[in-house]
Design a protein. Structure first.
Length: 369
């Protein structure tokens, strides 16, 4: 992912029709300086409002924010992977992914980069972007689809659907997609929401429809105070919800700080992101052109899995089926492999769920004393 800027620049050359004229492309980059300034000013307010339909705005976003947002997704998945190693959802060959409020979908880049390094077993992805401006982001989304094969060798499909998170019960229309998907990501979009009450209703529905062994990630930059308040509401919501056979495993709100590792080409620093620290001291508007290096965000992740009793019952049923089929010699080699893998996964799940229960008990005892 270190060459992500080069991939983006190649996409912008095509967009600006300057593939064969470097001088014209340099002028194009220089013309984006005001767009970058305006975009950064908008993002520094608590209520963001941007016209993403303009190609110049998307180009400014792709250079100024997109690479670090892709890194952000990858870092979050790496932290989740450390706390929950070998998550069952990554044991599957095919994954369905829902990216909410993703716009140009830098999250897809972070995800495929993560999978390429840690989970080569995953062979295909079905990516769907849900965004109120889904149709407006075609330029950025096309560039994302061009970049994915450069970072990951698997097969993928990419589609979009327009949806308003703040419309009451809008997620109810997504039931089929929600119950069949494994990864749900909300990243850097919560700051643009206008109605958190309706959004909370939709999140409640999403949590109820998430299938077993699925992951929900919610993340945003730390500059927005209302994001922390919303994450607290989500935590309370998780404590309220109770399912017959499933449990929601919550990682409490995590703070993530990182320095970007993506190489910034001189073509950009000389012609677009040419701000320097002195611009801040002198209070010139060129400080909006300083390249982003240090990223600070908050995130929470929720993993849905079976409760101990339900897992134990499933394990007994699968083991019994395996023995019966073995006795009758009606089991093909591939079927045997699939059954034994399911049994293996369930046994690991039992260990993890038991460990979570023990840790919760220890924590409760510590609080008592």
């Amino acid at each position: 992912m270190k060459d992500l800027y080069q991939f983006i620049l190649n996409g912008l050359r095509v967009l600006s029709k300057t593939q064969n004229n470097e001088r014209d492309f340099i002028q194009y980059l220089q013309s984006l300086q005001n767009e970058v300034k305006n975009l950064r000013q908008s993002y520094r307010t608590n209520s963001v409002s941007v016209d993403y339909s303009r190609s110049e705005v998307q180009a400014a976003y792709l250079i100024t924010y997109y690479p670090q947002y892709a890194e952000m997704t990858r870092h979050i998945l790496e932290k989740v992977n450390v706390s929950h190693p070998n998550l069952f959802l990554f044991e599957q060959k095919h994954l369905k992914v829902c990216l909410f409020g993703a716009g140009a979908a830098p999250e897809a880049i972070g995800l495929v980069s993560f999978l390429a390094e840690y989970y080569p077993k995953v062979q295909s992805l079905e990516i769907t972007v849900y965004d109120i401006f889904a149709d407006a982001w075609k330029i950025g989304q096309n560039i994302t689809q061009d970049i994915i094969p450069k970072l990951w060798s698997g097969q993928f499909s990419f589609s979009t659907k327009q949806i308003d998170f703040c419309q009451a019960r809008s997620f109810f229309l997504l039931e089929k997609a929600l119950i069949s998907s494994q990864i749900f990501i909300f990243q850097n979009c919560l700051n643009e929401l206008k109605d958190f009450d309706n959004f909370n209703l939709n999140i409640r529905y999403l949590l109820s429809k998430m299938p077993n062994n699925s992951l929900l990630v919610m993340a945003d930059l730390r500059i927005y105070s209302k994001i922390g308040q919303f994450q607290s509401q989500v935590k309370r919501l998780i404590q309220e919800l109770d399912f017959d056979s499933q449990i929601l495993c919550l990682r409490h709100s995590e703070i993530l700080d990182f320095i970007t590792a993506i190489t910034l080409p001189s073509l950009i620093t000389q012609n677009l992101l040419r701000g320097i620290p002195r611009d801040i001291e002198q209070q010139t508007d060129n400080h909006f052109l300083i390249p982003r290096k240090h990223i600070k965000c908050n995130f929470l992740s929720i993993y849905k899995t079976y409760k101990y009793e339900a897992l134990h019952k499933q394990l007994e049923q699968l083991s019994c089926s395996l023995k019966t089929l073995d006795i009758n010699r009606n089991l093909q080699e591939q079927d045997r492999y699939n059954l034994t893998q399911q049994i293996k996964i369930l046994r690991i799940a039992l260990i993890i769920v038991s460990a979570i229960a023990i840790m919760s008990l220890i924590i409760s005892l510590i609080k008592v004393f």
